[in-house]
Design a protein around this ligand. Structure first.
Ligand code: MG
Length: 444
């Protein structure tokens, strides 16, 4: 059967109504080449970036257009810290590289685009590649008339179990925050004590007392942090008992030996996992960590290069792989990471913060539904503004994430609304700029 017959009339219907309906005329453009199965191939005609920043968070999406009217795909390429560089990689390089190629051959396009820069595995190029890759999976789902998780093997669970973030400037504030999240149906809750560099964790900075730095310099008292985290675990366990699972993110901002001692001391509170004990440069400490504690460990949101996860996963040095999927190049490499983890009992816990577009969250969830070794997903609630820009975005209910069952990734983009929120001229570097008490920059 002619593929154009197969794909005829398959539409994208989202929770908010019919969107992007496409209908390929049976005798439309004849294509020169054929896809691998001998049927006429669908060609890429354009790869372009779409940017939007509705809440001060720079979101980047790739749109892949094809020679079939109404058939297109979207993928997440969000790397807010270098948004303009990702946009340039998409519009100035991937567009030219992809035009005329067959949308069917995702693996081939991924492999050739991956080495097209010769030097590779950096966050800018990986994000551009992720946008392309996810958009091609979106298109493949639309062509098949199936949600992407079906193409990945179908559902292995009913919905995606998630954790949510509780935060407070004191243990008492944190308890209130945990209570609210629990009432919303969550069974897994991440507990944090304020932000890193927050004033309550940094009442005095030696370097500021000595007259160095500027008023804007953030400071973190690592010892205050190390002292307080067992206190919040004890407080929350005492208040809520064993009914909930507790998670915590160290965010790499302490010395490795201090992180190991902290994690060892938290063992009695039975954390579900402790996240990001070391910066990627300190991966070599995992073996020592494993020798000292049975606390489950999650790691990987800063990973870009396969060498950062291949050996630790194959040695079972952590229990959850927390890769940020657009930072490694999309669904194609993430599925390989997930399958690798299955054989070493490393479960997935994909990074799912606010600086992942709703399309990226949908990509996380499609994989979560399909892979056996799913662990947990970081939850997100989208604002009405984001839902207007991204119709069909996943939604939360009773601690579970649900996806739109439309073909593809199920999320569309209203490009006119997205354009109302352009990228800001200046980037706010605050998040990565925290100093020790002597003024030394802390590496996240
Ligand atoms: Mg983290």
């Amino acid at each position: 059967m002619d593929r154009r017959e197969l794909i005829k009339g398959v539409g994208l219907t989202t929770a908010t109504g019919a969107l992007g309906l496409w209908n390929v005329p049976a005798k439309s453009q004849e294509t020169e080449n054929t896809a691998m199965n001998g049927l006429p191939s669908v060609k890429i005609t354009k790869v372009k970036s779409i940017v939007t920043c509705p809440h001060g968070i720079e979101l980047i999406v790739v749109k892949v257009e094809t020679d079939q009217p109404g058939l297109y795909g979207y993928g997440c390429a969000t790397f807010r810290q270098r948004a303009h560089a990702v946009v340039s990689a998409i519009d100035k390089y991937l567009d030219d590289f992809c035009r005329g190629k067959s949308v069917e051959n995702i693996e081939d396009i991924w492999q050739t685009a991956y080495v097209s820069s010769y030097w590779r595995n950096g966050p800018v190029l990986n994000n551009a590649l992720s946008g392309l890759d996810q958009a091609l999976w979106d298109i493949k789902g639309k062509m098949a008339g199936m949600p992407v998780y079906q193409l990945l093997g179908g559902k292995c669970r009913f919905a995606v179990d998630c954790y949510s973030h509780a935060n407070g400037k004191s243990p008492e504030e944190l308890v209130d925050s945990v209570q609210k999240i629990k009432e919303n149906g969550f069974r897994h809750i991440r507990i944090q004590l304020g932000g890193y560099g927050a004033t309550h964790m940094a009442d005095r900075a030696d370097f500021k007392d000595a007259g160095f730095g500027t008023p804007e310099d953030n400071y973190m008292n690592q010892q205050t942090y190390l002292k307080m985290i067992p206190v919040i675990f004890e407080t929350v366990r005492e208040k809520f008992g064993e009914d909930i699972e507790l998670l915590h993110d160290i965010h790499e901002r302490v010395q490795p030996m201090d992180a190991i001692r902290l994690i060892k001391n938290l063992e009695e509170f039975r954390p579900f996992f402790i996240e990001d004990p070391f910066s990627p440069e300190n991966n070599g400490y995992f073996e020592l960590l494993r020798q000292h504690t049975l606390t489950p460990i999650a790691m990987g949101e800063l990973f870009n290069n396969p060498h950062e996860w291949l050996e630790p996963m194959s040695k079972k040095l952590f229990d959850f792989i927390r890769i940020h999927i657009s930072q490694i190049g999309g669904i194609t490499p993430a599925m390989k990471v997930a399958r690798l983890g299955e054989w070493f009992n490393v479960r997935t816990a994909w990074h799912g913060p606010g600086d992942v577009s709703p399309i990226g969250h949908a990509a996380n969830a499609h994989i979560d539904l399909a892979v056996w070794n799913f662990g947990i997903q970081e939850a997100v609630n989208f604002s009405d503004k984001l839902r207007e820009i991204f119709p069909g975005a996943p939604y939360m209910d009773n601690g579970y994430m649900h996806i739109n069952e439309a073909p593809g990734l199920g999320v569309d983009v209203d490009e006119k609304v997205a354009a109302k929120y352009p990228l800001p001229k200046k980037f706010n570097y605050n998040w990565t700029q925290v100093r020790m008490k002597d003024g030394t920059p802390i590496r996240p």
